[in-house]
Design a protein around this ligand. Sequence first.
Ligand code: ADP
Length: 497
Amino acid sequence: MFLALLLVFIVTCLSVLVLSGIRENQRTMLEQSFAQQAEAANLRVREEYLSGGRIPPDQFMEQTGQRLAVDLGAQSGMAVTLYTVDGSFAGTSLPFQPRADVQDALQFTAQGQSAYITEGDQLLFLAPLYNADQRLGTVQFHASLAEQNAFYARIRQLFLLAGAIVLGVGFLIGYVYVRRQVSVIARLNRATSQIGQGDYLSAPSVIRKDELGELAQGIYDMSSRISTSVGALHEEKQKLIETVGRLRELEQQQKQFIGNISHELKTPLTSIIAYADLLAMYSDDPALLDDAGRRIHVEAQRLYGLVEKALQLSAMDVYEFETQAEAVPLRPLLEEAVARLQGKADNCRVTIHTSLVDGEVWADPENVMHIMLNLLDNAIKYNRPGGQVHLLNYTAASADGTHRMIIEVTDTGIGIPEDAVSRIFDPFYTVSRDRSRASGGTGLGLALVRNLTEKQGGTVQLVETGPDGSRLRVELLLHAFGSERIIYTPNDEARNE
Ligand code: ADP
């Protein structure tokens, strides 16, 4: 609307200027033409006057006015009326006497000036007639302004039409242009509120090569940067939440650990104190002495084992200590572990069978020894008299495509009840307190095994268990020479056995 009104204002100014120019021009042309006609009429009248007998001008006019008016009308091509010096009618080329009131104009001519009178389309031009300094009368030309007025009206109409067209077209162009800009701005507006709701842009909402296009690109860049920052913040927050959760869990575990260990330490100590008291009271009873000494030894051993494992476990939890990995030839290590437990196996009347292949794992040898001693110890402890333990190792590809060393300990023992399977790796968990205690168990062995294997990139799992025995499997990283990994073929026979 503003654009259209602006254009109309310009057209109006232009038309006013042009129309007033035309009016001015028409007036100048008329004046010039009337001045010429008046000059010619004056010449003609003076000539007539001089050729006469120099009679008084009024008399001259009364006598010759009618004839002169007709002559002058023919000469100028316009209707002509003549007046005497005192302003009375002297003659006209018209077929009738004009009735127009020209008294005011005649007074002007009496003072030697020309005058106009306009009446509708009619223009009357009055000019004084002279002979040297002597006034002879007044000549009045009758001109029609119809043609000029029609021309003027046509031009005005043209401007009006142009104004209307300009108004319409201006409004239309303005409307279309503003609509387009507004729709782009609305899209940008939607994009910003979308960003505000956390729905970030995947592309600029408008593609244009102007300021609005630049603005759209700017909004898109801003959205990408906010998205990245928010993503990073979210990630950080997630990590923090996880860390806090983990810390709480650790705190909880530690509390539980301290509670458990205090309880576990108390039991053997109570036994030791009780037997020590018995010793003091019945120092002369050799049978009691022997029994108390043996029991004190067993309880002290259990206490020692408990403290050792507890220290190891808590050290691992508290310090994320690095295991000193190296290439460890596995076979001799496994043989050594079997040898160390051979005495215990004999005592429990359990036979240990081995089926071992050569191979090197990438691990801390101390840790691997701890793992194997704990697993074999359990396989012996929770076995039946006359039972068997099978120890074997082989290499195999694991789920992630890498080759691993697998060690399996299978026993023909009492098995693990189904409801305990998921908890046997928890610290201080024992299937049955009595059963564990009787065999010197602390509930820390498998927790330690899991911690030690995982610390060196391995895994441990209970593969199967039942009334006929259990099988636990440890997977360790194979040592690689250069880029090649040494693959050891599994001893299928041994596994089947
Ligand atoms: P513990 O020192 O009491 O043996 P572990 O952590 O080594 O503690 O084992 C946890 C529990 O799992 C034990 O109480 C035991 O009942 C059960 N368990 C572990 N190994 C075996 C196995 N080879 N056969 C049967 N039960 C087992």
